[in-house]
Design a protein around this ligand. Structure first.
Ligand code: DTR
Length: 336
């Protein structure tokens, strides 16, 4: 009797364990690990969007995919990101296109002074631009998302109230933003965002030109006690994947990622807009930063200096056989 019941308990246990193992097996066997590289520190917006994407993909593929994230340039740095992903050093990477101005001519047109001031609209315009023109620069990768930061403003250790205040001032910027600083008479110093922390501390630069969430995320408000509102120029970003790795993924996983592309791009634009509000409030209330608004007459002088930049881009792009005017008109229309 006792023997028989021990036997039945063992049998039940065996059956339950076997069922559990069988049930788990497809998920375990199908577990695909992907490495995702990012260049700035974890608390900044490119990495926040990376963590959000990771969570969504893992959830929507029911654990079939595992994304290992590498913030802070621990796997690939800002400048080596694109080629690193193409070479397979990382499966996925986040690039800031402005750091390689000549490489991403079409998509970098979003960093011309076109008067777009909303990161969500800018992100959608960038993604639509990419989808329409499918620029050659991306032929060796698969695009998983595209977004922009918020428009640039001057953050500085000294007040900048007029064009004469900015003349000769060493300010950090990259790509299209550097051209704009130059047009205003500043001395643009090129470097990726993470290098700016040390440059500001050492005094190599007197400030920077970028979106205002960095005042809080990088604590630049501790050094830069002045912000001049210019609301000009975005930096375009893209999340890209190694092509061979993409081809090796199951079709249902690819679908999850493609379905997420526009959603993720818009999510990031919205997050960016929200972060700007928080950063401005913190800079004013906790860090006593002065926000300088240019008078209409002064602003007109600043804007006037930028007129030639888009013209110059159009000429250059036309020479390369690109439909330059259409690209500019499309960016403006897509941002509506
Ligand atoms: N404005 C670009 C891009 C940028 C804006 N915020 C961040 C945060 C982390 C990395 C890059 C960026 C720039 O100035 O580099």
């Amino acid at each position: 009797m006792v023997k028989r019941s021990i036997f039945s308990v063992t049998l039940i246990l065996f059956t339950v364990i076997t069922c559990l193992l069988l049930f788990q097996a497809p998920v375990m066997a199908g577990k695909i690990k992907l490495n995702y590289a990012n260049f700035p520190p974890a608390p900044t917006f490119p990495c926040v969007q990376m963590e959000r994407w990771k969570v969504e993909v893992e959830k929507r593929t029911s654990g079939q995919i595992q994304i290992n994230t590498f913030p802070g340039g621990t796997l690939l740095g800002a400048k080596g990101m694109m080629d690193g992903v193409i070479a397979g050093q990382a499966d996925i990477g986040n690039i800031c296109m402005a750091y390689q101005p000549g490489r991403f001519i079409v998509t970098n047109a979003t960093s011309l002074p076109l008067g777009i001031t909303d990161a969500k609209k800018g992100s959608l315009a960038l993604l639509k631009l990419y989808e329409k023109y499918k620029p050659k620069a991306f032929k060796d990768v698969v695009v998983l998302a595209m977004f922009v930061n918020a428009p640039g403003n001057v953050m500085s250790k000294v007040p900048v109230r007029t064009l004469s205040d900015i003349k000769g001032l060493d300010l950090r910027a990259s790509g299209g933003a550097a051209q704009i600083l130059k047009a205003w008479g500043a001395n643009p110093v090129g470097m990726p965002m993470p290098a700016t922390v040390e440059a500001l501390q050492k005094g190599t630069v007197k400030g920077l030109f970028s979106s205002l969430e960095v005042m809080k995320d990088f604590k630049f408000a501790e050094n830069c006690k002045y912000v001049t509102m210019t609301e000009t120029v975005f930096y375009p970003f893209s999340v890209i994947m190694n092509k061979a790795k993409w081809d090796s993924l199951p079709k249902d996983v690819q679908k999850v990622m493609m379905d997420l592309k526009e959603e993720q791009s818009l999510w990031t634009g919205t997050y960016m807009n929200e972060q700007i509000k928080k950063s401005v409030a913190w800079s004013k209330d906790v860090q006593n930063v002065e926000f300088i608004t240019l008078s209409a007459a002064e602003k007109a002088k600043w804007d006037e200096k930028l007129g030639f930049i888009t013209e110059k881009w159009i000429k250059g792009a036309k020479k390369k056989g690109l439909p330059a005017e259409d690209i500019i008109n499309d960016i403006k229309a897509f941002a509506q």
